[in-house]
Design a protein around this ligand. Structure first.
Ligand code: SAH
Ligand code: SF4
Length: 463
């Protein structure tokens, strides 16, 4: 099984290689692989990560050729928006067959005629590529009318198609330790969780490498996220050595380990980690400091900026639906993600975790998350927007709906089952114990049903 399509280098411009995929050209950073014109390569996140022999590449490309163009056609059809119709207040949308099954709120013919003028006007502004005011962003976020929501999502999906075509990144995540020195109120593996007898685990380096090898060689992943609590047992030395070992797999290594010193992150970059996932959690400083005792908002933001400067591909974002959060906060969160020049937007719903101070709070509703995805697409048109695993927990069809509301990237949990169930950051009721191969096949089939292809997306170079 393969998630990235090999391409052929047709030109080298300094550190940049131009890669051909069936006649389409994409730029990728050649700094770490040193590939030559004529060679076949895999790229992830706009970085060349591996070479492969011509015979192997041609074999894979022969299998892909027909499907590649079929998928593109399908995606284009499903994401089409007829502008003249939009201007006349009626939306013409081509639903993919799967959406009618997946959509929990089907739209009847009769209510599809009505759209309140302001939302329509705002979307027309979006279509004309005009910047929206904060009030307009708030109006989109507050919209509740089913038909308006449908229009918002379709408009975002249409922009996604124009910006990224049908490319969709599929990354794996391995959760390697649930020890944490912090006490974030929302998190099920917070330090004080031990008072509630949470079972802690730490995968050994051998276990992490073996899980990663399995994900790469058996499951076909080309990009993996390695996540943990802020676990100081993994010293700088241990992490550097782990990353060095993992870099032999020729994949894009994402790390998601919370705050570390600038020096440690620099050493990890040099050891082979080229991407980082570090959310700022909320742009509301007071809320941040209330919910994350003894951590500082300014320090986290500064770290994200420094990681970007170091050359990391930065995935960042926030939680939606934290107690006392306002609509204004959500819009500020989106704008801060843009301001930080996130290479990838990673935000998901807050889901109450057992035995935490917030365990009795409510989860946010799915449409708020879908609207946030669509609005991100409007404020940062060529952004890469990830569908997080937490969203899937809210509703098993949410992933599909998110991809149809502007998202273009997915994550699949490939942590070995014995550890996965102990990584209880939030209450998971879906997917935790599923057979991983079955889940991957379901995901790939779902992507194909939407016309999406797992091709490299240039999030390293788009800013
Ligand atoms: N310790 C690291 C990485 C692990 S936590 C860090 O904090 O950055 C990864 C993410 O899980 C956090 O960024 C947070 O946004 C998310 N998370 C924590 N508790 C959650 C909850 N109850 N619901 C949804 N997401 C949660
Ligand atoms: Fe630790 Fe991250 Fe959970 Fe906070 S969110 S308690 S830093 S694992």
């Amino acid at each position: 099984m393969c998630y990235a399509i090999p391409g052929k280098i047709i030109e080298i411009k300094g550190d940049i290689a131009v890669v051909d995929y069936f006649g389409e050209h994409r730029n990728a950073l050649n700094k770490f692989l040193n590939a030559k014109i004529g060679e076949y390569v895999y790229a992830q996140g706009g970085i060349l990560i591996d070479k492969l022999p011509e015979s192997e590449a041609l074999e894979i490309l022969t299998i892909w050729k027909e499907r590649f163009f079929e998928l593109k056609k399908k995606d284009k059809e499903y994401s089409q928006l007829d502008n003249s119709v939009l201007n006349n207040s009626v939306i013409l949308q081509h639903h993919p067959p799967s959406l009618s099954q997946h959509n929990s709120q089907p739209h009847s013919q009769s209510d599809s005629q009505y759209h309140s003028q302001p939302i329509l006007e705002i979307l027309q502004k979006v279509n004309l590529n005009k910047e929206l005011t904060k009030n307009e962003l708030l109006a989109l976020l507050r919209s509740k009318n089913k038909d308006e929501l449908n229009l918002i999502y379709t408009t975002a999906n249409n922009i996604r198609q124009k910006e990224h075509d049908n490319a969709c990144c599929v990354h794996g995540i391995i959760e390697f330790s649930n020890y944490c020195r912090n006490n974030c109120f929302y998190c099920g593996i917070r330090k004080e969780a031990h008072l509630n007898h949470i079972e802690r685990y730490r995968m050994s380096s051998e276990e992490i490498i073996s899980a990663a090898k399995h994900a790469v060689k058996e499951l076909g992943f080309k990009a993996l996220v390695f996540q943990s609590g802020e676990d100081e047992w993994f010293s700088e030395e241990k992490l550097v050595s782990l990353v060095k070992d993992l870099s032999r797999l020729n994949i894009l290594i994402f790390i998601s380990i919370g705050l570390r010193t600038k020096e440690t992150y620099k050493k990890l970059y040099d050891a082979g980690a080229k991407a980082v996932l570090l959310r700022f959690e909320t742009s509301n400083k007071k809320l941040f400091e209330n919910l994350r005792p003894s951590t500082r908002f300014d320090e986290r933001i500064q770290m994200i900026k420094e990681l970007k400067q170091m050359g990391y591909i930065v995935a960042t974002g926030f939680l939606i639906g934290l107690p006392d959060e306002t609509d204004d906060d959500i819009i500020n969160n989106l704008l801060l993600t843009k301001e930080l020049k996130a290479d990838m937007y990673s935000f998901g719903p807050f889901i109450p975790a057992e035995n935490t101070p917030l365990e009795n709070k409510r989860s946010v509703d799915k449409d708020t998350v879908l609207k946030a995805i669509a609005i991100s697409r409007f404020v940062d048109r060529d952004s890469n927007i990830l569908v997080t695993t937490a969203l899937e927990t809210l509703d098993k069809d949410a992933r599909t709906q998110a991809l149809l509301a502007g998202a273009n990237s997915l994550m699949i949990n490939v942590t070995p089952n014995e550890f996965k169930k102990k990584y209880a950051i939030y209450k998971r009721n879906y997917g935790a114990q599923k057979d991983i191969k079955k889940e991957i096949i379901e995901t790939i089939n779902m992507l194909y049903s939407l016309g999406r292809a797992p091709m490299d997306i240039n999030f390293y170079l788009h800013k």
